[in-house]
Design a protein around this ligand. Structure first.
Ligand SMILES: [Zn+2]
Length: 125
């Protein structure tokens, strides 16, 4: 069976229910954010699965540049998080100061009044 999950559906579900949806291929790899094929083996035999939204920080950086398209107080921390099931998400850390390996959970949040697409935040757990 093959199911599809678009980026728009991924963000809509996150905004509406807080759920983090990913795609699982027939070999068990997790792909998130969603793509048309498995990020590991390129299989297109995919099913949609709700993920835990939990993971650990594998990389992070401080952002000092202001942007009207991304209205956050600077500096903020942008982090790359490897989810428990596999796959990586990029998002904003809720708090200042972190370390590699810190455990976090995904938290979708709207930061622009003119856009329905939420931004991925991570909070420490
Ligand atoms: Zn795969």
């Amino acid at each position: 069976m093959t199911e599809t999950l678009t980026i728009a559906q991924f963000y809509l579900e996150g905004k509406n229910s807080g759920k983090v949806l990913g795609l699982i291929c027939d070999k068990g790899h997790t792909t998130v954010p969603p793509r048309h094929s498995c990020r590991v083996c390129n299989s297109t035999q995919l099913t949609v699965k709700e993920l835990t939204g939990r993971g650990k920080i594998v990389s992070f950086t401080e952002v000092y540049a202001k942007s009207k398209d991304f209205p956050l107080a600077t500096p903020y921390t942008l982090a790359l998080v490897e989810l428990e099931e596999g796959g990586n998400l990029l998002g904003v850390l809720d708090e200042k100061g972190t370390s590699l390996g810190a455990k976090v959970k995904v938290n979708f949040r709207i930061i622009r009044s003119d856009s329905a697409q939420p931004t991925i935040f991570f909070q420490r757990i």
